[in-house]
Design a protein around this ligand. Structure first.
Ligand SMILES: C[S@@+](CC[C@H](N)C(=O)[O-])C[C@H]1O[C@@H](n2cnc3c(N)ncnc32)[C@H](O)[C@@H]1O
Ligand code: SF4
Length: 358
């Protein structure tokens, strides 16, 4: 890759706490800024890289309703996380639009004092119908996952033979409702990498940011292999050969996507390179599973049971102390260590992405 196209560097996190910055810092000096909240472990797709049919088939046992956090529990937890420093809330799953009454929950989150940036990640299948209600509830942005335009390829990527049209209609409906829209594409070598350029051209023409995500070894069920990963630098090189790109600096410290702009346009792309160029030192993200377990790393094996704490009657002060304490104890940096751990033959029992929230 040409030097001028090198991905913007993720700056190291300062470990010097400023006099006014009372946010908890973890053992590597990282603050907590970003919370992903999974609102369901269920999904209407069976993307083989996330919920392969062989594992998530008819016999798979999903969480019972009583185990899933209720709206009021999610709102209380969000308040504690915002107090601990979170300024971005992202609703995810499973497929979050499958949660009944989601707009009402969003409205409560949007109304929180110091309301954080509120966004949602969805496969877009139910978006055309729900977009107006989501926008009216106060949602700011959606990230729509779409791995191909070609129906045959997309059908394989979603595991259900669903075509792309309905997701594209969902994207248009979200734009029409006034929501910010970005599109996420997981790239898997030999499965959908032929779609990199068609997707790029389509969304460039629409002026929509497309973000390419390296295929990751989340969970244990997708049979991930390194040779299925198309490296970020190769994706950028292919795009640059089609239409010149220029790097754009990060919007904020710790932004996970390296950003580029198509020269002569205002349209950007993003690249999320957590496999080939890990960014653990700038990771400010925690994840809450649908049943209220707190995970401090996407590749974690264990989490902290916040639902149990909530249901045992913990008050807001104790809840804040619990959340802050978990963050302070954090030292995980799996992506940085991946290569060494795999070389040592270590295969940790990682949580599935559909459960932990992507
Ligand atoms: C787990 S999904 C949950 C939200 C929603 N169902 C969706 O697909 O957007 C969140 C994101 O994780 C991505 N994802 C899932 N498994 C992945 C993997 N193994 N590697 C990279 N990204 C993955 C999905 O493509 C999606 O963009
Ligand atoms: S990536 Fe999203 S849409 Fe695909 S199976 Fe996972 S949760 Fe469902």
């Amino acid at each position: 890759m040409a030097d001028s196209l090198k991905a913007p560097v993720h700056p190291p996190v300062s470990t010097t706490a400023s006099a006014v910055d009372l946010r908890p810092r973890d053992r590597l000096g990282r603050t907590l800024r970003d919370l992903r909240i999974s609102v369901t472990d269920r999904c209407n797709f069976r993307c083989p890289y996330c919920m392969p049919r062989e594992v998530f088939g008819p016999d798979h046992v999903f969480l019972p309703e009583s185990a899933v956090l209720r709206d009021d529990e999610i709102v209380r937890l969000a308040r504690a996380f915002i107090r601990a420093g979170v300024n971005k809330l992202r609703i995810t799953g499973g497929e979050p639009l499958m949660r009944a009454g989601l707009p009402a929950l969003l409205a409560r989150l949007a109304a929180l004092p110091d309301a954080a940036d509120l966004s949602l990640t969805t496969n877009g299948w139910m978006l055309a119908r729900l977009a107006p209600d989501l926008a009216a509830a106060g949602l700011h942005r959606v990230n729509v996952s779409l791995d191909a335009l070609d129906d045959a390829i997309f059908g394989r990527m979603n595991g259900r033979d669903f075509g792309a049209r309905r997701v594209l209609d969902g994207i248009e409906a979200a734009l029409a409702a006034g929501l910010g829209v970005k599109v996420n594409m997981v790239v898997q070598r030999g499965v959908n990498d032929t779609e990199i350029l068609p997707m790029a051209r389509h969304f460039r023409a629409r002026g929509i940011t497309l973000r390419f995500i390296e295929y990751m070894d989340v969970g244990t069920s997708n049979g991930w292999r390194m040779d299925q990963v198309v490296a970020a630098k190769d994706i950028v090189a292919r795009l640059h050969a089609d239409h010149a790109l220029e790097p754009v600096g990060p919007n904020y410290h710790g932004e996970v996507a390296a950003r580029y702009r198509y020269v002569g346009t205002t349209t950007e792309i993003g690249i999320i390179s957590s496999v080939t160029e890990p960014f653990c030192s700038a990771c400010h993200r925690a994840r809450l599973s649908a049943d209220g377990r707190l995970f401090t790393c996407l590749f974690a094996s264990t989490g902290t049971d916040l639902r149990g704490a909530l249901r045992s009657g913990l008050d807001d002060e104790a809840l804040f102390a619990l959340v802050s304490g978990v963050w302070r104890a954090r030292s995980d940096r799996y992506s940085d260590e991946r290569a060494e751990r795999l070389a040592r033959g270590e295969h940790p029992d990682k949580i599935e992405m559909s459960y932990i929230g992507g």
